[in-house]
Design a protein. Structure first.
Ligand code: 6GU
Length: 236
C-alpha cells in the first residue's frame, strides 16, 4: 500500500510513522508513506495555499489549484474517473463519513494507493471535493484544527489490517471492534500489586473458563460504555 499525504504542515509527520507496527510495515515494504508539502504546488510568489472565503466569513479556505496540481503530478490526472485502478483520494474533514473499523477494512482490502488530503478546519475549496475526492472521512464528532491527526489515525488503522503487518503474536481478528465488542481486560505480572490481585480465573489454566470470563467481561464493558455497539446504532 502506498500512502501520499498532502499537507501544509509536513513537519507534523516527521517521526510519527517511525514506531512499532507502522515502522515495521515500512521496513518490510508493506507500506510506503510519502508526505508532500502542498506549498510545492502553490505557484504564486508567496506559495499561498489559502485565501479568504468568497461571500465573506471567518477564517481562511484552502485554495484548489495546489491540490489539483498535486493530484495531477501524483496520479497523472485530475479526472477522478481516470485515476489508476485501486486508487482512492481521501479528504480528511469533519464533514466526512465517520471512520469505523469496517471503513478501514474496506480501504485495506484491495486498494493499492491512497492519497490523503489534510483539510484545515475552516474548509477547503469545494471544487476539490467535487472533482478530485473519492471519499470524505471524519474521525469523530469533535473539532480538530486540521486533518493531519486524522490522516495519522487513518494510516495506522489501515496499515495494521494489511496482510503480514502484524506479527504472528498479534492478530487483527482479535482486535476490539472486529467482533463488534470492546476488548476484555488484560493483566500481567505481578499477580498481586499493592493488594490489587489478578482475577483467579486467569491463573487457573482452564481455558474454557478463561474464554467464558473474557466474553462476559467484554460484553459487560461494552454495555457500560458503548451500548450503541450492541444495538447496532451508528453513533460515536
Ligand atoms: Cl478529518 N478534520 C478536522 N479538522 N476535524 C475533525 C476531523 C477531521 N475528524 C474529526 N474532527
Amino acid at each position: 500500500m502506498k500512502f501520499d499525504i498532502l499537507t501544509i504542515f509536513p513537519e507534523f509527520f516527521t517521526e510519527v510513522f517511525d514506531f512499532g507496527i507502522i515502522r515495521r510495515a515500512k521496513l518490510a515494504e508493506i507500506v510506503e508513506i510519502n508526505v508532500h508539502d502542498l506549498r510545492k504546488w502553490a505557484l504564486d510568489k508567496h506559495h499561498k495555499t489559502d485565501d479568504r472565503p468568497f461571500g465573506g466569513g471567518e477564517g481562511m479556505v484552502m485554495k484548489c489549484e495546489p491540490v489539483f496540481l498535486a493530484i495531477e503530478e501524483l496520479l497523472g490526472t485530475s479526472e477522478r474517473k481516470n485515476y489508476p485502478p485501486k486508487t482512492k483520494v481521501v479528504l480528511l474533514t469533519p464533514q466526512g463519513k465517520p471512520l469505523k473499523q469496517a471503513v478501514a477494512q474496506e480501504f485495506a482490502d484491495g486498494k493499492e494507493r491512497i492519497v490523503l488530503i489534510c483539510g484545515r478546519y475552516e474548509g477547503i475549496d469545494e471544487r476539490v471535493t467535487e472533482a478530485l475526492v473519492t471519499d470524505e472521512i471524519s474521525i469523530g464528532d469533535y473539532v480538530l484544527s486540521g486533518g493531519e491527526p486524522a490522516a495519522i489515525v487513518l494510516v495506522d488503522a489501515i496499515t495494521r489490517l494489511l496482510p503480514d503487518a502484524l506479527g504472528n503474536e498479534q492478530s487483527a481478528e482479535k482486535d476490539s471492534f472486529s467482533d463488534g465488542l470492546l476488548d476484555f481486560p488484560q493483566y500481567t505480572q505481578p499477580r498481586d500489586f499493592r493488594g490489587m490481585k489478578v482475577p483467579e480465573v486467569l491463573l487457573s489454566g482452564n481455558h474454557a473458563e478463561i474464554d467464558k470470563w473474557r466474553e462476559e467481561k467484554a460484553l459487560e464493558k461494552t454495555k457500560e460504555v458503548r451500548k450503541d455497539l450492541l444495538e447496532g446504532v451508528d453513533s460515536e
